[in-house]
Design a protein around this ligand. Sequence first.
Ligand code: F6P
Length: 537
Amino acid sequence: MGISQTSESGKTARLRCDQTTAWTKLHEAFSNAGGSFDVREAFATEPRRFEAFSQQAPHVFADLSKNRLDANTEALLMDMARQSGLEAHRNAMFAGEAINNTENRAVMHWLLRFPEQNSASALVKYDSSAISKVAKELSDVHTTLGAMLTYAEAVRADAGITDVVNIGIGGSDLGPQMAVAALDEFVLPGKRFHFVSNVDGHELAATLKKVRPESTLFLIASKTFTTIETMTNAASAKAWFTAHGGTDIARHFAALTTNVAAANAFGITTTFGFWDWVGGRYSMWSAIGLPLAIATGAKGFREFLAGAHEMDEHFRTAPLAQNLPVRLGLLDVWYRNFHGFTSRSIAPYHSALRRLPAYLQQLEMESNGKQVDAAGHALPYGTSPVLWGEPGTNGQHAYFQMLHQGTDVVPVEFVAVKKPRHSLPGHHTLLLANVLAQAQALMLGKADTGGHKNFPGNRPSTFLLLDDLTPTSLGALIALQEHRVFVSGSLWGINSFDQWGVELGKVLAKDVEARLNSGNTDGLDGSTAGLLARMRG
Ligand code: F6P
């Protein structure tokens, strides 16, 4: 029985991972040897283990060898991917089919980084039946990109604008915020970037204290232009602007949205659009990336797109066994559904990547935090792990105790950068020594009969290494993460591109807001009623 998600081409028949024969074989492999797999023993018996379980993908070197994985298991995982129709599902995404079936939308964030000059010839390599449709979208993408980058360059050249305040939340905040921080070394001196997301007025109020109306550009970033947090912050920012003598809304406000009509109705005439086939958490390659484009310039933003495109091509064309997003996504399924690991810790050993864990939380957990398959059937296995983490070495002095000696095993994903962009002596070697040592300590452990000083070891980790943190390598790293989420979501048989789970809270918040104003607690549960009364008291 498949998921029965049909498509235009009819080629995307998907089987859930548990409906493949490889799934059964993997369970056998797990009970025979996989469950007791010891990475230390594997290194002792496999002289070429590092070579077999590491690879160079575009701009990202990955070492998977410290994971609880052997060649036999990886081969079975690949079989499972093939049997589930992963390749056809991936090709359907790259052909512009409506694989977001609950919203009947295509999933084409990859098209946002597809180079213009290749359009005619490169599209032939894609599904020919989809060429005409996608070619039109591609042309729209480049028209908008050109306009947005021209605007970004104008803002950069405008010495009168010193502060850019991005108002948005979720995918309209986390991506640009993460990327602007990550590429700090490339940010134009003289411009400051602020990100306001929370409806908590403390955040906007604190930002407004730092800026002046005459030198600030507000970017109102919202795919829908209806999100309550963003609309509330945008209205307050506009009111503050006019109350402090600001008059030129066209110069000081721009909207990044698919809902240009709503932005116009709000009073914003400078707008940059995108399309419903760009999911919010996949949108920083679109107009939502404007803060990054202003920060790094048209050149930087185009390099960011180009790095991601290289990873797209890798994902689209590399054989499964050498396809890094596929290997990572399958490992995620192996850990979640066979080992039963429920979380993954992200440890970027680069302070500029401090927002990477938060960004990846939305990417993974909003995409794959689902309990039904794409056809709406309840799933009999776990899906998205919990993602969490902090930059190293800070995490070492906080929660690494639990990673080394806690009762739960948490796979760790280290991200390190070979080349520093500062010249302070000693620091970078120390940083790299620490990241290597942590991965080593997790794996090796240390026997001590005394108990408290015993490190069990055999704690798995993946190591991602960039040569340098640049717009290009960041683009590749993020596209890698997008595609690995696609892979595990595809195996789990879910629609990774909707987010119905965020709706209920939004609806209830409206009701509770009215009750906070009126004091009416009729029909409320006892806890909510009690807390509400205390808040009003
Ligand atoms: O509430 C979740 C969500 O819809 C995310 O998926 C999205 O990134 C975020 O809200 C912001 O949405 P918008 O860009 O439409 O304001």
